[in-house]
Ligand binder design. Structure first.
Ligand SMILES: Cc1ncc(COP(=O)(O)O)c(C=O)c1O
Length: 404
């Protein structure tokens, strides 16, 4: 049987560094206890493992106080907690037209409930936020700006410093699902107020891990209240972090794995991980750029995107960013129907070439409307740290064979 080539790292990274499962097995076999719930030997060991994970994550994002990092099950839970825990009735929330459903659904729900007003700033056909438009959309009652750091559909990376200049002091929540661990993030330099991350993608940790950071001076109301192992005599939720926002027994086995994963990322170095992924993406773009019958979406520039590439099997010319055109694909839907449908292309990559990719809308329908690839979506190929130049050459050849 030939080797499977995993190119679905935007969904979840695979494989993981061996240290991750070693740390999880160690926790299961030799620690086992609940951290912070008891003063016994194993509980203290468990607390140290969780604290070490928090400190590693603080190091990764240049967070001065690790206790301002709250663990959650994934970035979806992190985003929901911050969004629901920050906004008040009558607030305006500003977001972008490249968001994932993990941002859009909680925001749309609050809008439908009459709690907030919501505006999505437009992005161009490559997925870049139109900063001038964003700036005009900030209102006196804008309480939160929620931005996708990098698109899970086409990899486009937003410039957080320019966004900060445009929005002034309004608190900014960054969905770093696609960048945490594989692109440098510095909460100080990037002036991020709330950073939401997931553990199982670029951070190389296990599924069921994630969290968020809260800048000092800002507060988030808890989504859940309950046992924290601290102030047990009180009926009220503790107000100090992280206990205020970490009720109930956490996924401590997962957190042990995440801590080991981040230690691996820090040892390798985010810059090195980024360079490896950028080199592979540049190679893939070069190989596919002139392939007749293929349309690639996004920046088409490895420096301006993550290692995620979206394409459709049809030939359309990307248009300039003219009024009236929402994306390069939207003007040529008739042509799109003539190409190979995305699900068929995904099946053929899997069945005929052992290449694993994801097709469709990738839980981000608004991003596809922006790119002009709604409702069919795209074929998404997402490279990870453990992919090799050989994987890229093999995938590019397979795509070209399907085009024949
Ligand atoms: C940009 C973005 N936000 C949110 C999510 C949700 O991630 P999770 O399932 O880990 O909560 C994803 C995952 O695909 C994503 O790419």
């Amino acid at each position: 049987m030939s080797k499977l080539i995993y190119l679905d790292n935007a969904a979840t990274s695979f494989p993981k560094p061996p240290q991750v499962q070693e740390a999880m097995v160690h926790y299961m076999n030799e620690v086992g206890a609940n951290p912070g719930r008891a003063g016994h030997t194993l509980s203290v060991r468990a607390s140290r493992i969780v604290q070490a994970a928090r400190e590693n994550i603080a190091g990764l994002f240049n967070i001065k106080d690790p206790s301002r990092i709250v663990f959650t099950l994934n970035v979806t839970e992190a985003l929901n907690t911050v969004i629901n825990g920050v906004v008040n009735p009558g607030d305006h929330v500003l977001t972008t037209s490249m968001e994932h459903n993990s941002v859009m659904r909680p925001l749309k729900h609050l809008e439908a409930a009459g709690m907030i007003t919501l505006t999505a700033a437009p992005c161009d056909y490559k997925g870049f936020l139109k900063i001038d438009e964003l700036e005009k959309m900030v209102r006196p009652e804008t309480a939160l700006v929620v931005v996708n750091h990098a698109s899970n559909v086409c990899g486009t990376i937003q410039n957080l410093k320019r966004i900060r200049e445009a929005i002034g002091p309004v608190p900014m929540l960054v969905d770093a699902a696609q960048t945490a661990g594989c692109f440098p993030i510095d909460v100080e330099a990037d002036s991020i107020d709330f950073l939401a991350f997931t553990g199982h993608k670029g951070m190389l940790g296990p599924q069921g891990t994630g969290g968020f950071y809260i800048r000092e001076g800002l507060t988030v109301r808890p989504l859940k209240r309950g046992g924290t192992g601290s102030l047990s005599e009180e009926m009220e939720q503790p107000e100090f972090l992280p206990d205020a926002l970490e009720s109930g027994t956490q996924n401590n086995v997962g957190i042990a794995g995440l801590g080991a994963a981040v230690e691996f990322v820090l040892k390798e170095g985010v810059e090195r991980i980024r360079k490896h992924e950028t080199d592979l993406t540049a190679d893939l773009l070069k190989r596919l750029y002139n392939a007749a019958g293929l349309t690639i979406y996004g920046p088409l520039d490895a420096e301006l995107q993550t290692a995620t590439l979206s394409f459709t099997f049809d030939s359309i010319m990307p248009m300039q960013d003219e009024p009236g055109f929402t994306g390069c694909g939207s003007i040529n839907l008739a042509w799109m129907e003539e190409g190979i449908p995305v699900d068929e292309a995904g099946d053929r990559l899997d069945d005929e070439h052992d290449i694993l990719v994801r097709v469709g809308l990738h839980c981000a329908p608004m991003a596809h409307k922006t790119l002009g690839t709604y409702p069919d979506g795209t074929v998404r190929l997402s490279v990870g740290y453990f992919n090799t130049p050989e994987d890229i050459a093999f995938a590019a050849n397979a795509i070209k064979k399907i085009l024949l």
